[in-house]
Design a protein around this ligand. Structure first.
Ligand code: MRU
Length: 354
C-alpha cells in the first residue's frame, strides 16, 4: 500500500511506498532530486546520520518509520525474537543523532504503542506501529500549519525575513516550521521576501531553503552567514524566523550553528527574533541550554565540500553542528498553541497544562 503523507505540499520529504520508506536525498539537492528507499531501522539510522533526511521534525518522522520498518522485517518471527529485534531497532535509531529531541520524542511515542500492545500478535503490533508512524507524520503537517497561522500574524506586509539553516518542508513532513510561517504569511496575501543565510558548513540555506523558496516563487536572496550583520545595520532585515532542534525548560534554544550569532545581531539592531517551535521540540527534562547535547560532526564538512578540499591538510578542526541562543534573546516562540513571548520557565511550563 502506498501512502502520501502530505498531498498538499510540493515537497514530499518522506513517503511510504509499497512497504518501504522513501526519503528525498537532501545531500544532493538542488543538483539532483531523488528518493532513497529504506527497509529497516538500521538503514534509516544511517540515513539520519548521513543527513539524507535532516531537520528536527523530519528526523522524528523518519525514526518512527524506522521502528515501523523494523517491525515489518520481524513479522515472521516469534514474540521473543520480535521484542528483541524491535528493541535493537529503537537503540540504533536513538544513536543516530543527539541534538534534535524530536527523534527521542517520536521513539518514545512508538515505544508506548509497542509496550501497550505487547501481548497482541506480532502482525497486529507491526500494523499498529505503522499506523502510529503515519499519524506522527500527518500530525506534523497539521502542527506546522497551526504554527504558520500564529506566526504569519507577526510578519507585516512587505517584511524582509532572514532565516538560518532550513526549517522548511524538507525539515518536516510538510509545510515547515520557520518557512511554514513564511508560507502561511504568503498564503494570507502578504508580500514577504526571504533572506537565506547560506549556513556553513552543510549549506542547508544555500542548497535547501533557497531551493524551496525558488520552487514556490517566494522571493529569496542568498547571503553568506557573515553578511547578516551588515544587512541588519543597513535596515534591510525586518524580522528573523528560525526553527529549533531542542528548547530547554527555561527557553534556551538550540538550533543550527550560527543561529546564536544571528540572535545577538538581531538584538543589537532591535529586530524581532522568532523561533518556530512545535511542542515536541521542548525538552522539560533539560533545565537550560548548557545541558543540551551538541553534536560534533566530521572535520571534512569544514575543510571542504564533497570532493573539494580547501583547508590546509592536517589542520585541527572544530565542527559543532548546533549552538544555543539564550532565552533572553528570543522575542517569542511560535508554537501550535500560540505565541510564548519572552520565553521563560513559567510560560513554557504553561504550554503543557491542558
Ligand atoms: O543539522 P540539521 O540540518 O538537521 O539542522 C537542522 C536545524 O537546525 C533546523 O533549523 C531545525 O531542525 C529546525 S527544522 C524545522
Amino acid at each position: 500500500m502506498s501512502q502520501t503523507i502530505n498531498a498538499s505540499s510540493a515537497v514530499e520529504t518522506l513517503r511510504w511506498r509499497d512497504g518501504a520508506l522513501e526519503m528525498i536525498d537532501q545531500r544532493v539537492l538542488p543538483a539532483r532530486f531523488e528518493y532513497v528507499r529504506y527497509g529497516s531501522a538500521a538503514e534509516v539510522a544511517d540515513g539520519i546520520r548521513a543527513m539524507v533526511v535532516r531537520g528536527a521534525p523530519a528526523i522524528g518522522c523518519a525514526a518512527a518509520y524506522g521502528v515501523a520498518l523494523q517491525a515489518q522485517t520481524l513479522r515472521q518471527v516469534n514474540r521473543e525474537a520480535f521484542g528483541a529485534g524491535l528493541e535493537s531497532g529503537f537503540e540504533l535509531l536513538a544513536a543516530s543523532r543527539p541534538t534534535a529531541v524530536n527523534l527521542f520524542w517520536a521513539l518514545r511515542r512508538m515505544h508506548v504503542v509497542w509496550q501497550s500492545h505487547s501481548r497482541q500478535g506480532v502482525q497486529d503490533i507491526a500494523d499498529l506501529l505503522l499506523r502510529e508512524a503515519h499519524e506522527i507524520a500527518a500530525e506534523d503537517v497539521r502542527i506546522n500549519r497551526a504554527m504558520g497561522a500564529h506566526g504569519a500574524a507577526l510578519l507585516p506586509d512587505g517584511a524582509r525575513v532572514l532565516t538560518h539553516c532550513n526549517a522548511g518542508a524538507l525539515a518536516t513532513a510538510g509545510h515547515g516550521t520557520a518557512l511554514g510561517v513564511i508560507r502561511s504569511a504568503v498564503e494570507s496575501g502578504k508580500r514577504i521576501s526571504v533572506i537565506a543565510d547560506e549556513t556553513r558548513p552543510f549549506l542547508q540555506g544555500a542548497r535547501l531553503t533557497a531551493w524551496e523558496m525558488v520552487q514556490e516563487h517566494i522571493p529569496v536572496t542568498l547571503i553568506t552567514d557573515n553578511m547578516a550583520g551588515h544587512l541588519m545595520s543597513r535596515g534591510e532585515v525586518d524580522a528573523v524566523v528560525v526553527g529549533t532542534d531542542r528548547v530547554a525548560a527555561n527557553g534556551d534554544v538550540a538550533n543550527k550553528i550560527g543561529t546564536y550569532m544571528v540572535a545577538v545581531l538581531a538584538r543589537r539592531h532591535n529586530i524581532p527574533f522568532y523561533v518556530a517551535c512545535p511542542l515536541s521540540t521542548i525538552d522539560l527534562t533539560i533545565p537550560d541550554g548548557a545541558a543540551i547535547p551538541i553534536e560534533e560532526r566530521a572535520a571534512a564538512e569544514v575543510t571542504g565540500f564533497r570532493d573539494c578540499q580547501w583547508a590546509a591538510q592536517g589542520v585541527q578542526v572544530r565542527n559543532p553542528a548546533f549552538d544555543v541562543t539564550p532565552a533572553e534573546l528570543v522575542t517569542a516562540l511560535i508554537t501550535e498553541k500560540g505565541l510564548v513571548k519572552q520565553p521563560n520557565r513559567e510560560n513554557i511550563a504553561g504550554l503543557f497544562v491542558s
